[in-house]
Design a protein around this ligand. Sequence first.
Ligand code: GGG
Length: 365
Amino acid sequence: MSPISTSRNYSIATIPADGIGPEVISAGVCVLEKLSSLSGTFSLSFHSYDWSSETYKKTGAYIPHDGLDKLKQHDAILFGAVGAPDVPDHISLWGLRLSICQPLQQYANVRPTKIFRGTSSPLRNVSPGDLDWVIIRENSEGEYAGQGGRSHRGQLWETATEVAVFTRHAIERIMRFAFETAKKRGRGKGGKGKLTVVTKSNAQRNGMVLWDEVAVEVGKEFPGVEVDKMLVDAMTCRMVLDPKSIDTIVATNLHADILSDLAASLAGSIGIAPTSNLDPTRANPSMFEPIHGSAFDITGKGVANPVATFWTAAEMLTWLGEEEGAARLMEAVENVTESGVCTRDLGGKAGTKEVTEAVCSELEK
Ligand code: GGG
C-alpha cells in the first residue's frame, strides 16, 4: 500500500515579464523552492509564462487569447514587473498587469509597509515599530477605469478626458475589506482596529463624497474600529510627520498607488515592498508582485533587491493558508537584513544573488 501523502500542493504561475522582473522572480522561486523542500507539509510547482514587452513587440499582444483561462488553472500568480523603454507605459500597463487584475476580479490590492531589522527609515527619530502600515488600494475602477477619450488631435483645441468612475458596489466591497483588515490587525483603542479613509472629497465632489458616505455606512458594521478621514494631500504630511498615528489606510486606485510608493520609501526602499492583488471571493487566483517596476537602469547588473519579491512570496503563502511557511520566510529575510547582507538601495553592497543565497542559508538553519 502506498503511503498517504499529507503534503499540500500548489500550482504557481510565474510571469517574470520586463526589466528586473526575471531577476527577482528567479530569486523568489529559488527561496520558495528551498522553503518547500524543507517544509514537508506543502510543495509548490511553478509554470512560467513568457508574457512581456518583448512578446508584445513580436506578436502585438502581451497575453494570448487563452491566457486568462491558463492562469485560472493555477492556485496563485507570481508577477515580476512590466514596462519597457521602447513601449509607451500606458500600453504596457494596460496590456499586462491591468489585463490580469481587472478581469480576474482582483479588486483588493494590499500593500503592507514596515522597517526591516537592520535597516532604517530616512525619517529622523523613527524606530521599526513606529512605521508598520497596510495600505488597501481599490484595484478595479476609479482613476483606472479606462473611461475617456481624445478628440481634435493636433489642433489647438485638442481635448482628452480621463474619467474616474466610482460605483457604490466597488466602494462597498473595498471598504468592507479594509475594515476587516484593520479589525484583524487590532491596533486601535481596545485592540479593535484603526482605519484611515483617504479621499480628495473637498475638490472632487461626486465620487469622493460617495467614498466618504459609504465609509460611514460600512463602518457601522464594525463597531469599535477607530475611523478617521483625511484628504490625500494632508495624508502625505501625516505619513512623514506622524507615522506612529497610522495603521490601516484605504484609498482609491491612484491615491493608494502614490501613497504606497511614499510609504515604501519612508520604510527604507521601494525595493522591499510587496503587493497582493486579491480576489477575496477566491473565485479566481490572486496575483502577487513586488511594488517596484521594471527598473531598466539596473536591469542585468545583478543588483536588484529581491527582498520585495521575498516578502511578496510570503504574502502569497499566507493567502494560500501556509502561514507557518510565510513566517519562516520572513524571519529568514529579516535575519539577513539584520546581518547587513543588503543591496545598495538599503545601504549595503550585496547583489541579488548574495542576498538570495543568504536567505536560503538562513532557511536551512
Ligand atoms: N510590479 C509592479 C509593476 O510592474 N508595476 C508597473 C506599473 O507601472 N504600475 C503602475 C500601477 O500599477 O499603477
